[in-house]
Design a protein around this ligand. Sequence first.
Ligand SMILES: [Zn+2]
Ligand SMILES: [Zn+2]
Length: 435
Amino acid sequence: MATKAKAKTASKTAATKKAASKKASTAKSGSTAPRATANSPFRNYTPYEPKKKETYMNEAQLAHFREMLMNWRRELMEEVDRTVHHMQDEAANFPDPADRATQEEEFSIELRTRDRERKLIKKIDQTIDRLDQEDYGYCDTCGIEIGLRRLEARPTATQCVDCKSLDEIKDYLDIRQRGGQWFVRLDDLDPPRQDPLADSQIIAALNVHGLIGNRDGSTVVDYQSDHQHRYETALQRVQDQLFYCNCSRRSLSGEPIYPGTCRGRKALQADCAVRLHVQDIEVSFIDELQGAFSYQMASDQGDFIVKRRDGLWAYNFAAAVDDGQDATHVLRGEDLLEVTAQQIYVMQLLDLAPPQYAHLPVLSFADGTKLSKQTHAPSLNNHQAAANLRSALSYLGQNPPVEPAWAVSQWLQWGLSNWRLDRVPKQLSTYVENA
Ligand SMILES: [Zn+2]
Ligand SMILES: [Zn+2]
């Protein structure tokens, strides 16, 4: 059966190469059999169809899940055996240190995979114990039924989907509230459009509001303009997927997606933008605030620019390279939500792990336009920093107390101990000056 063979290849690739596994997991199954991907532990099973009013977790259902767990366990055991044999067969004594290093690297990947498989087998055994005690299929946290479909996708699940996502949000806040290190990065890659005073004003404003960066105990502001070498290296790594585009803005107006006109220009050319030839894969992510998003990259986004015609780096490319290397969590305005998929696409090409995103709503005037420098939003009054912090917390749904005498540091402290991402509204109330 074709689906089965495909899934085998996918799971093997997943063990050795991260980028390949991501592509493999988006492969579509051609038949009506349950979709088997690198992420799914099962090669094959028949979904359980309960009769009307059938009791949840009756004998038949328990038997169904026992069989799934046993099959899964057996496949993992076979996988472990294969790894051991492979390493015994391949353990040749290479005279060349470079070959030896390559082999050691391969072995260490295989050992890590085996370790993961061992842990999974242990988890399966614990789950089978629960089945024996007929304590299977209910949420550990709230006690409701986890449900047949979720258990078939994840037979070792011990929480319902709501409790699970709630836990993930709590993890997120834990990171922010405990060990999280905050740093400020100035995206200053566009000197022609930049107000030379703006950077110093931003830094001054962050300073009086107590929000300047801090990494390893020292204050930092990270400037993208210092990262030229990093972006250049990243560009080299995706060289084979680039092409040079000299389409004018006018010729592309009215085209929602770049039509691919210049894909044939593979040689470096002057006065051209550098574009990425985007493959038709699916990119999905879950935003902590805005929910789940999924894009078919070629039809939804198309080939995008990574380096502009004037030689400046495109924001999406630079942000992807930086966030993929520096950040575990990215909290930013919702105006950047729509370009997130492109940034994740770049990270996947570069084998970088995308951060967890949360896109916060941004302030608008009464007519719906967003507050920004272009729309002549009033700048922050640095003389009332404490009041500004309180009103920001209030806009963000955090319900701060009325404490007219509090200083900046007290508001930040209050924010740190009381911050609740789940209270942030999807849309902020309209901005009112001096509110
Ligand atoms: Zn629950
Ligand atoms: Zn073009």
